[in-house]
Design a protein around this ligand. Structure first.
Ligand SMILES: [Zn+2]
Length: 609
């Protein structure tokens, strides 16, 4: 049994964004102790080379310096020594994302994978961490929010925390700030909501809504009301900023980044688009407490943090989670069915606007996440399908298919939880198809072959019709149409004659071609992703002028385009084409037979009158 690895992390200089991180091994390896840093963080499938933010590393023992050399990009080796050995690193932390570390005078945050070295041969050793306050204390209101087990620290206090091993150590991010706090119970566990940032929000309301969503998810996996959560305590760490968005799942917490105006203002009872977005994100990460944190791809047991860990199953771990994130909002009664169908319509629209779905399957997208989905560029929509977006649509199709066969995706999740939810029991690459077949009472190999390993679109219109939901498509209107039912602005141009440029245009005043779609008008005219539109038909280009132009022209008409690529002017003729009908919206069918209504009510959790 090796000794406990002892860590200490302290803000060294908040204005230079530097942490000082110490790692002490009492009985270092006799021939020189190696220390490694993960190259990626579980949940975010990109090799990020966190060691690049280690700006200074030294070692000492018994108060004297010990030689330490770098052996690889992420590996250091200290000279042989008999005394307890401490490595001291200065780590630059100024990345606001949920997968890294951040430090300034207002806030400190870190993921263990970014700051804590793992001594070679000791990944299984117990860990102790002393979390120190900024010095000098920038703000006396600073507290600590983490689900690391306390080992001397007061609740929400600085001091000592512990973990059973390195894997556990790096799965409990730590927030240090003068955060606002709200608490609620769900699944027999205490849940805390710690919100950092300049925000004025009704956190009690957020806590009430999250409690319903969390209890619904717990009951889903338990298979009965009153289900117990798979942890004793859970923490939502929320950083609210001007325009942030992101989340990362952990075994008993999640870090969320949201826009401060997404949180409900005191006294506002509406479920705004922004608040629904926030609840969907929180719901997504909470669902991961089961689906990926406990039910894991076999390929992740254990994680190889030095290099890519390949699996073709991210469509299930992210796609099924993306399906349930919004579904949990309607099933728990936090949003109305019509509101849910609006979200679902947007999700379908997102997939329909991705021609890359004809090139890449969601299984392939899962496998290549490391070099494709996580490294999006101007060509991504042509070559890549999102295992989140299409994965959620495949999950919907699977749920409806299973329901028509007398089962459901809920049953499949419970089977996965029962059979593969215990520590060390992963999900083999073909297990989900096998369980789905068992539940359906027939082989679903064709379903998985076409929609998971193949590039076909699931037959959503047909499936949804069996659940009393009508599937509509129309052409997009303007450059920022997210989908949904055509309103009064959309109706005038949502005609078969609507035309398009064959590109995704961003930026209102200075429109830029973010993506140019293969085979479309812009590509044929020689335009490329990144080109900045200057004028069309001799008039200054803007988001608004493009919308008007598309309204007044017809497919087949040529227009003259002036654009800049880098600093070089391009003048070209672009022939407009009929816009694809890639904008979907869904409605509850007005008249449905009792069978269909019963299926719809069960699927959406509508209480029967
Ligand atoms: Zn996720």
């Amino acid at each position: 049994m090796s000794s406990t690895t002892r860590y200490r992390i302290a803000p060294l200089d908040v204005h230079a964004h530097l942490f000082e991180v110490r790692c002490t091994v009492d009985d270092p390896a006799p021939d020189g102790q190696r220390f490694m840093l993960p190259a990626w963080i579980p949940g975010s499938y990109l090799v990020r080379e966190f060691a690049r933010h280690f700006v200074a590393v030294r070692a000492e023992a018994a108060g004297k310096p010990v030689a330490i050399v770098k052996e690889a990009k992420d590996t250091w080796r200290a000279a042989s020594c008999a005394d307890p050995l401490t490595v001291i690193a200065h780590v630059y932390a100024f990345d606001l994302s949920v997968r890294a570390a951040y430090l300034d005078a207002t806030r400190a945050y870190f993921n263990g994978a970014v700051v804590f070295l793992c001594p070679e041969g000791r990944a299984g050793s117990a860990c102790e961490v002393d979390v120190a306050a900024p010095h000098p204390a920038a703000d006396p209101g600073w507290r600590v929010a983490t689900t690391l087990a306390r080992a001397g620290a007061a609740e929400f206090g600085f001091g000592t925390y512990r973990a059973d091993n390195y894997d556990e150590l790096i799965d409990h991010p730590v927030e240090m700030a003068p955060f606002a706090l709200a608490s609620f119970d769900a699944g027999g566990a205490r849940h805390d909501l710690a919100v950092t940032g300049r925000v004025r929000a009704d956190l009690e309301r957020v806590a009430r809504d999250l409690a319903r969503i969390c209890q619904w998810q717990t009951d889903l996996f338990a298979g009965a009301p009153g289900g117990r959560a798979p942890f004793e305590r859970y923490l939502f760490q929320v950083a609210a900023t001007g325009d942030g968005y992101g989340g990362l799942e952990h075994r008993s917490s999640t870090s969320l980044l949201c826009r401060r105006d997404e949180l409900p203002a005191p006294g506002d009872a509406r479920v705004t688009d922004g608040y629904r977005n926030f609840l969907g994100l929180a719901s997504h990460e909470y669902f991961h407490s089961w689906n990926v944190k406990r039910i894991k791809p076999a390929a992740f047991i254990p994680y190889d943090l030095a290099r890519e860990s390949y699996t073709r199953q991210l469509w299930a771990f992210e796609g099924i989670t993306s399906y349930y994130d919004d579904l949990a909002l309607v099933r728990s009664g936090v949003i109305e069915p019509a509101s849910y169908l609006e979200l679902l319509g947007r999700a379908v629209t997102n997939v329909l606007r991705t021609p890359g779905r004809h090139r890449q399957s969601v299984a392939e997208s899962s496998f290549d996440a490391w070099i494709k989905f996580y490294r999006a560029d101007e060509n991504t929509p042509n070559a890549v399908v999102s295992y989140y977006a299409k994965g959620s649509i495949v999950a919907l199709a699977l749920d409806l298919t299973l329901r028509l066969a007398g089962s459901s995706l809920d049953e499949l999740m419970r089977a996965l939880w029962r059979r593969h939810g215990q520590p060390g029991v992963g999900v083999p690459e073909d297990a989900i198809a096998a369980i789905a077949g068992e539940l359906a009472g027939r082989d679903l190999g064709e379903f998985f072959g076409r929609y998971v390993h193949g590039t076909e679109d699931p037959p959503l219109a047909e499936l949804l019709a069996s659940f009393g939901v009508a599937f509509h498509v129309r052409a997009a209107v303007g450059t920022d149409d997210r989908g949904g039912k055509p309103g009064k602005t959309a109706s005038s141009v949502a005609t078969p004659a609507s035309c398009w440029l064959g590109a995704k245009v961003t930026g209102g005043a200075e429109p830029k071609l973010q993506h140019v779609y293969n085979g479309g008008p812009a590509e044929r005219a020689g335009l490329a992703g990144g080109d900045v539109l200057v004028a069309i038909e001799g008039l200054r280009a803007s988001g608004e002028s493009i919308r008007r132009l598309l309204e007044r022209h017809r497919a087949g008409e040529p227009v003259t385009v002036h654009a800049f690529r880098r600093d070089e002017l391009i003048v070209t003729e672009l022939t407009l084409e009929e816009a694809p009908r890639d904008t979907c919206w869904l409605t509850l069918a007005a008249k449905v037979v009792p069978d269909v209504r019963a299926r719809r009510d069960a699927w959406l959790g509508i209480a029967t009158a």
